[in-house]
Design a protein around this ligand. Sequence first.
Ligand code: NAP
Length: 239
Amino acid sequence: MSASSGNSSPVAIVTGASRGIGIEVAAELARRGYRLGLLARNQKLLQEAARKLEGAAPAVRALACDVQEARQVETAFQELLDWGGRVDVLVNNAGVGVYAPVHRLSEADWDRQLNTNLRGVFYCSKAVIPQMIQQQSGHIVNISSLAGKNAFAGGSAYCASKWGLQGLTYCMAEDLRRYHIRVSVICPGSVHTEFTPHAGKDPKKMLQAGDVARVVGWLLEQEPQSFVSEVLLRPTQKP
Ligand code: NAP
């Protein structure tokens, strides 16, 4: 949807919007004229992010929410829907990674990754889909990873969550295409954020958060009949 001003502007909700890829995605959407609904757990960091974005977007609403918790997601999304009156874009970006050999991975770390990276996407998507169906339009963009395509030692739970996210994305896309709703997935390689130490990698050669944000923007530029379902985003040089 093209952007206009004030309360008629389209609305985008970004999870994990307090730093890293999420805040850059929010900034990209602000430049494109979206009103922003921002979610993350740490209220202080989220409010700081919201303040940075306030001048750029027609309106910003930031709410603390743990995407692992169904009730918190329901409450936060209801508040954002009441505020925005519509929802045009959901970027499921919140994610965590804990790397350890599978035999040393704790149940808690397994649960945290699966519940954030996969279950959280299910909860947040369910919270916007009825409104998107009513509008007969919308775009859900899931931030997966090349770890959703490739195995690496220590990545069992993270890869399982992102592999699962690939499946969830493609099935949601099939469920929703009849309502003119697109569900896409972006799979970046290593991105220079606070996400996890990338030991031995050259940050200058790594992807930057803005690179992922630009891809989100491009996905939203498509003509109504066109649907890019997946983007693999690699650094040009091996970091
Ligand atoms: P980041 O800098 O660590 O930021 C993660 C964001 O997610 C923060 O805003 C964090 O805020 C939020 N978050 C984490 N758990 C949450 C929860 N349970 N509920 C709500 N918000 C939560 O990470 P990033 O690098 O920007 O990563 C963003 C996404 O990109 C993730 O899905 C990640 O898997 C994916 N990705 C990252 C890379 C990479 O190399 N960095 C590569 C490929 C894909 P709070 O902690 O305050 O909640």
